[in-house]
Ligand binder design. Structure first.
Ligand code: FES
Length: 127
């Protein structure tokens, strides 16, 4: 029911952990199941140079978290912001229909981290 790529990212997730001096942090919860994802980004010259996550959730949530870190790394903040949960699922060669909501968690956490980065960057430049 899961693609080999989902199983690979579930059993061997990439970029797990935290970034102590992150430029943006996003934390989101999935209302349907109670799972939680937290994601840290480091931004240099508008490019995401490091990204880490911790997900307390199902296998699909862990796999989508892992793949989105690979998709966002090296992208500009605006490019990364455009990553949709549909693209995340496609990158994993598909998710079962009942697990599509899990891919929202990853896209929303990345969006929240970017929003946090923008808020911090705006307040830094204002001071
Ligand atoms: Fe909770 Fe998948 S069941 S994110």
């Amino acid at each position: 029911m899961y693609s080999d790529k989902v199983m690979d990212h579930f059993t061997n997730p990439r970029n797990v952990g935290e970034i102590a001096d992150a430029d943006g942090i996003g934390e989101v919860g999935n209302a349907r199941c109670g799972d939680i994802m937290k994601l840290w980004i480091k931004v240099d010259n508008d490019v995401i140079t490091d990204i880490k996550f911790k997900t307390f959730g199902c296998g699909a949530a862990i796999a989508t978290s892992s793949i989105i870190t690979e998709m966002a790394m090296g992208k500009t903040v605006s490019e990364a912001e455009g990553i949709t949960n549909q693209q995340v699922a496609e990158e994993l060669h598909g998710l079962p229909a009942v697990k599509m909501h899990c891919s929202n968690l990853a896209a929303e956490a990345l969006g929240a981290a970017i929003q946090d980065y923008r808020t911090k960057a705006a307040s830094n430049s204002a001071s």
